[in-house]
Design a protein around this ligand. Structure first.
Ligand SMILES: [Fe+2]
Ligand SMILES: [Fe+2]
Length: 482
């Protein structure tokens, strides 16, 4: 009997899945391991592979005290396979098989669907590491540098989490998929990552914070939906990943908040109360609020595309099969089958954006996206409290869900941030007031050109955090650069 709360650190791959007694999977993972390390060396953080980074490593999966902090060289990080404890007598919580015992093996009829969902989730994990690999060189502080690397190594671990499922439950095609996950590259013309937002650039630290706020939050929603799965190993994997994901969103949420705070502070000190006086604000060496808004518009709209088409047969099938649930499915009070329910979907009808009732089963992507938008808004409200506390008359707002979309009902339509359907030429004229333009990007990159690597010091455009990681003091050396 394996004590699932304990992690076995003896072998090459730390785990709480009894790998030592599972020769076949152990060997498959050990065979995959060198390719992973090669990928990490090639595509992981540039220039810091020998640095000592103050990282947390998971040492258990219990509710408290699951992580320990220490200095680690990233290539020596203990990437482990960790599943949340099994819930005794867990049942399939939704869909046609609702109420049956949760599956400990892959049901044959759902095999292809499960494999596809695991591969898509797995593909996003290394993609974000690739997107963020150049950011170390311009870090605003050692604290932020450490947070970047924490996110990176945990995304690496999330790849391990999905690869474990593939190797353990999907035989030969699982092995092949695991290889492919190391072969695709973010932004590559021939072998890109599977989803659009994961082929975009993350060119600066404001983008990084927006990415971890918006795009890691999509990750949270997808993991929440998969954590409900009737396939129990997937559910348990995702539940543990969610504990790590919370820190990624914290990094984004507080990162943007600290930039907003510094901007407001500098404006107050200089006696500038017009947030749209961009030239004067930028001259203070901080990022003006309208540009922060544009970055939010960009990352929000790119991330909405990750939810897929609002109306989707795949999503309906996955729910009906008991494979992918809704956000907090176990807390919802309905029949969990949705066979006769309706759900409103937004779509343009005769030039007017209208809520149309469609069968709830086919609208599950829309529903997850609605839950996501609600979750985002709570973070935006926190940023706005920083602005109003500084007595500055400006509010960051989420753009309309139809704005700047490449997938679904609004694909390619010239919808502005307020949700007005424009003509294409109106949209073209107004594009630069809604999305970062070349001048904005050049300003940001100029501002962030030099890193701040002195312990306890921060670049001029960002406020220090309120508390340190692991309660360390302000001047703690989070990264010892080699
Ligand atoms: Fe992740
Ligand atoms: Fe993440």
């Amino acid at each position: 009997m394996i004590d699932a709360m304990q992690v076995d650190y003896d072998g090459l791959i730390p785990n709480n899945v009894g790998l030592a007694a599972d020769e076949r999977v152990k060997k498959a993972l050990e065979t995959w391991h060198p390719g992973y390390i090669d990928w990490w060396m090639d595509m992981g953080p540039v220039g810091f592979q020998q640095a000592l980074v103050y990282l947390r490593t998971a040492v258990g999966v219990g509710a408290n005290g699951w992580a320990k902090f220490d200095y680690v060289k990233m290539p020596e990080y203990k990437w482990g396979i960790l599943l949340a404890p099994q819930v005794p007598d867990r049942k399939v919580p939704f869909g046609a098989s609702k109420g049956e015992p949760a599956w400990q093996e892959v049901p044959g009829e759902h095999r292809a669907m499960l494999r596809r969902l695991i591969v898509i989730q797995g593909d996003t994990e290394p993609a974000s590491v690739e997107q963020q690999r150049h950011l170390g060189a311009t870090a605003p502080s050692l604290y932020d540098l450490r947070n970047l690397f924490q996110v990176n190594v945990e995304e690496g671990r999330h790849l391990w989490a999905m690869v474990y499922l593939l190797q353990k439950y999907f035989g030969k095609d699982g092995r092949e998929e695991a290889e492919e996950l190391l072969r695709r590259r973010s932004g590559d013309a021939d072998t890109p990552r599977m989803l659009g937002a994961f082929n975009e650039k993350t060119p600066d630290w404001l983008s990084f914070f927006m990415f971890t706020f918006f795009t890691d939050r999509d990750g949270k929603m997808q993991l929440e939906a998969l954590a409900q799965s009737g396939f129990d190993p997937l559910s348990r994997t995702c539940r543990f990943m969610l504990t790590e994901e919370a820190h990624h969103m914290f990094v984004g949420d507080t990162g943007v908040s600290r930039i907003v705070q510094r901007t407001c502070q500098a404006m107050n000190e200089a006696g500038i109360d017009d947030p749209t006086d961009i030239e004067r604000v930028r001259a203070l060496g901080v990022i003006d609020l309208p540009t922060i808004q544009k970055k939010a518009n960009l990352h929000f709209s790119l991330t909405l595309d990750l939810f897929g088409s609002e109306v989707s047969t795949n999503a309906a099938n996955a729910f009906h099969a008991g494979v992918k649930g809704r956000y907090r499915e176990d807390k919802l009070d309905d029949d969990h089958r949705l066979e006769s329910d309706l759900y409103p979907v937004l779509r343009p009808v005769d030039g007017v954006i209208t809520a149309v009732q469609v069968p709830a089963l086919s609208a599950l992507n829309m529903r997850l996206r609605d839950d996501y938008v609600y979750d985002c808004q709570k973070g935006i409200d926190r940023w706005n409290r920083v602005i109003s506390a500084a007595n500055i008359d400006f509010k960051i707002a989420l753009p309309h869900v139809g704005f700047h979309r490449q997938i679904g009902e609004f694909r390619g339509l010239p919808v502005d941030v307020a949700g007005n359907l424009l003509t294409q030429s109106q949209w073209d004229t107004r594009r630069d007031e809604m999305l970062p333009n070349g001048t904005d990007q050049a300003f940001i990159e100029g501002l962030m050109a030099k890193p701040q690597f002195e312990p306890g010091k921060f670049a001029g455009y960002i406020a220090p955090p309120r508390v340190g990681i692991d309660n360390k003091p302000g001047d703690f050396e989070y990264v010892k650069i080699a």
